[in-house]
Write a protein that binds this ligand. Sequence first.
Ligand code: FPP
Length: 226
Amino acid sequence: MSSPKHVAIIMDGNGRWGIKKKKSRNFGHKQGVKVVEKIISESIKKKINYLTLFAFSTENWKRPKKEINFLIYLLERYVDKELNKLIEKKVRLKIIGNLNKFPTSLKRKLKKSEQMTKNNNKIQLNIALNYGSKEEIVKSVKKINKLSLPINSKNISKYLYTSNIPDPEILIRTGNRYRLSNFLLWQASYTEIFFIKKLWPDFNKKDFNKIISYFSKVRRNFGGIR
Ligand code: FPP
């Protein structure tokens, strides 16, 4: 069974999960990180080449300061705690998005982690941070214009954050919401989208594998009648 090369995920529902458990939204985010770790391992097992996770959108700055700070803390802690494991697992880390607005300590850690993992080849983990698809497309067009290149689809793709990364075959959104929320709008033009009712902290390996194997079967059928 052939796996997709690139899977992208909108990990929605952490806040609601925390509240449902009669705890805080931040409790939900903390639980969400545990699921991230499991899905990375599963993606490696499935020989997926690229996994893109939407961790912080350009719109997330509208959230209460306490929640923003906690998300930043979680990311920083994730890098501190997990970098060695990522190296062991031969994960190459790449951040997509505009890091300018984040604290210098986090920016430094992320840059260092990208540098330290750049030759790893088991999987590329793209973490989307302060990422917004519309901003990404505008930036790309501006860059093309500055270089006096023709504005065409090939060049727009080339100057996105995801330059050199194949478009995702699968995009998963948990949390029972049926929208793309400014995530990979350009890259997902032909992507199979799976909207999952479960909240992200409840999403598990079995759910993930079901999607991967369903997709692989559909693809095989398409191959037969093409
Ligand atoms: C969406 O849930 C989730 C986020 C905005 C943050 C996702 C971040 C993590 C899982 C932690 C950090 C990630 C990594 C890669 C270490 P929501 O808060 O919008 O949920 P809601 O719809 O219930 O409010």
